[in-house]
Every structure is written in C-alpha cells, then in structure tokens.
Design a protein around this ligand. Structure first.
Ligand code: MG
Length: 387
C-alpha cells in the first residue's frame, strides 16, 4: 500500500482518537495532514505535535490563540472556524478525509471534501440521513467514493467485496439492542442519563450512545444503508444480536447469507476504510469461537423503541423528512444529556416535530440547511412542555 495522507475532521472525538490509534500502529503508511476539533484545544495540540500534522483547525475561535501559541514552535499551521475546515478539507495534499464530527454539523465540510474529489471515510452518519440523495449524487458527479466507517456498514461493504457486482436482496442490519434491551417499558421510562450511557458492547461518543439506547441509532443506520448501498429500506431488516459479534449480513437471491464477524472494536472498520482495499494488522482482540458458545438473534421491540419506527416513517416519506427527524433527535438527545427531559420524551419530541414540519419532496442543499434550522427551532419549542 502506498502512503496515504489523511485529514481527520473531529480528531478529538471517540472516532478521531481511535483513528489516530490506528495510524499510530502504521506510521509508515499514513501521514496526518489535517486535524480539526470543535473545543478540545489541549487534546488537539497534543495530537498535532505527536502526529506532526501540517495543519490544524480549532472550530471555536475562542481557543485559537491557545492552539496557535502552542503549535507555533512546531511549525504547524493553525486556523479557526468552520470555513477553514471546509477550505482545508479540499486541499491538494490530502487523499482521504475521515468525517468524524457529530451530527448535522458535518454536512458542510463533507460536501466541500467531495467537491474537491477527496475519498470520504464516512463516520458522520447524520450527513447521509439529512442529505443522502444530494451527498451520494455529488460523490457520483465528482467521481469519488464514500467508504463506510460505521461498523455495520463496513461489515456490509466487506461482505459485498466478493459479490462481483451482485446486488443483495436483503441487508440484515444487526443491533446490540443497547443498555435497555431487557428492561420493560415502564422501567425504561425512568431511565437516567448515566444508565443510558452504559453501552454493553461498544465504546462510543455520547450522542451515538444515547441514540443506541433509544435505537434511533439503528434508524439512522437504516437510512445510511439505503444511500450507501442504493437499496430500498423495505429490504433492510434490523435484527437484535446482543453479542455484537456479527456486524451485519447481506443476503443474495439464492438465499446465501454472507456475514462479517469480529470482536466489537471500532478501530477495525476505521482501519479498513483508511487502508481499503488493503488489509493491515491491528492489535485488537481476536474472536475465539470455542469461547463464544452462542450467538442469539431477536426482532426489535418497536413498542419499547418507537424511535426506530419513526426512522422508517421518515425515510418512507423521503424528501426533507429524515433531515427533520435528525434535527429533532439532536435537540432531544442534547436535552436528555443535560437531564432536562425523560427518556421517552426523546421520541415524543421527534414525532411531534415531524408531524408539524413543512414537507419538501425534492430538497436541494439550501433547502436542507433551511429545514435543519427550522426543525431545530420547532423541536426546541416542543421540548419546553417536557422540561
Ligand atoms: Mg453503527
């Protein structure tokens, strides 16, 4: 494999840190060109020095002086603000852009990187949820690839490598079921932030961990899979698999099902996206089948996890509705993380925001940004009655 020059948008978050751990193990194969962070100036400084980044962006301009002063002796160029991220993500010195920001905020820079023809290693699923048709259309137009980092989508992508272009008739999207899989609805309704943040299998950021507890994460992933693999949502079946050993499966018309397995560790899908189509060594835990004993599977309980139904409803409606859903979810998850609302208020707020939204069948990118702004405001208004 030839050396690859990497940009990590969101380097101080969970995915960003794990990506740097992958790169740390293969310093001869990867060069860190650009690192960006929102607020975590001290970690950004530390990462930039360790990996000898050429450029860094601190999005929150209030931290610019601190970062610039610390990195000046190391001859690392420092910029501030989202516009700098969009500008630098398209720079000539970059081969792959890992989009590891949280939420809708990742859309603008992802679009900028695609328009510059960069390969996208996509960890920011909200980008495809909010604007999947537009983003995949741009990737086709600019002749670049979107490689999945999300573990389920990486699994599907890996399963399709041997398919010689055959299209799957079904995707079996596995879900751990989250921390509340075995709780009843009454108990879940009193769940606290701390309980929701205790994910049984995956080590992830706060937003995606709460999304896993509501199973909205799986809903977002159904929409992400629709766009990445050009498949009808009706052909995507969510299956709860608590061991999280099978990361997802594809089924072909002859009934053959191909699965990808591994010990749950985000560094594996991150590394595959960065090294694709090569495979590299990784210091992760390997599967020991004689210790596994059993793999179990269940249908998701939509009564207990209404957010999953809302996602199917949003993608069924299409247009700007998944963007509305995503915006409402971002507002509700933030409020839950601030202990302002109850667990089921998250899906209440999403459902009511969707019901009151202005529907646009074929939105362009400007309409998507406008929809997001309006849905955030509407969701915040609805949220007030639950506080
Ligand atoms: Mg996932």
């Amino acid at each position: 494999m030839e050396k690859r020059r990497i940009a990590i948008l969101g380097s101080t978050g969970s995915i960003g840190r794990q990506a740097l751990d992958v790169i740390r193990q293969h310093r001869d194969l990867f060069e860190v060109e650009l690192l960006t962070a929102n607020n975590n100036a001290s970690l950004l400084i530390e990462q930039a020095i360790e990996f000898e980044a050429n450029n860094v962006v601190i999005c929150n301009e209030a931290h610019y002086d601190e970062v610039a002063q610390a990195l000046q002796p190391h001859f690392i160029k420092v910029f501030a603000g989202m516009q700098s991220v969009c500008g630098l993500a398209g720079s000539e010195d970059i081969d792959i852009v890992l989009t590891a920001m949280v939420g809708f905020s990742g859309l603008e820079s992802t679009v900028a990187a695609i328009k510059a023809g960069k390969i996208i290693a996509l960890a920011n699923k909200e980008t495809l949820v909010a604007a999947g048709g537009i983003v995949t259309g741009l990737a086709r137009q600019y002749g670049t690839a979107i490689l999945p980092v999300d573990s389920e989508h990486s699994a599907i992508f890996q399963c399709l490598q041997g398919a010689c272009g055959a299209k799957p008739v079904k995707i079996h999207l596995t879900a751990s079921g989250g921390p509340f899989r075995t709780w009843d609805r009454e108990k879940i309704s009193h769940a606290t932030r701390q309980e929701a943040l205790c994910h049984p299998k995956w080590n992830m950021g706060q937003k995606v961990t709460i999304d896993s507890a509501t199973m909205m994460n799986k809903g977002l992933e159904v929409i992400e899979a629709k766009w990445l693999f050009d498949i009808d949502p009706g052909q995507i079946e969510v299956v709860v698999h608590p061991q999280s050993v099978i990361h997802s499966m594809v089924e072909f018309e002859d009934g053959a099902v191909i699965a990808q397995l591994g010990h749950p560790d985000m560094r594996e899908p991150i590394q595959y996206a960065l090294s694709y189509p090569s495979r590299l060594s990784l210091d992760n835990k390997k599967l020991n089948f004689s210790e596994l004993h059993e793999l179990t599977f269940f249908a998701p309980d939509l009564q207990k996890f209404p957010a999953l139904s809302l996602a199917y409803e949003a993608i069924g409606k299409g247009g700007n509705m998944p963007c509305v859903m995503n915006a409402a979810n971002e507002v509700a998850v933030k409020a839950f993380l601030e202990d302002k609302i109850g667990f089921y208020n998250i899906s209440d707020i999403i459902s009511e925001t969707m019901a009151g939204a202005d529907f646009v069948k074929e939105p362009d990118l400007d309409t998507i940004f406008q929809t997001n702004t309006e849905a955030l405001a509407k969701a915040r208004e609805i949220m007030k009655k639950y506080i």
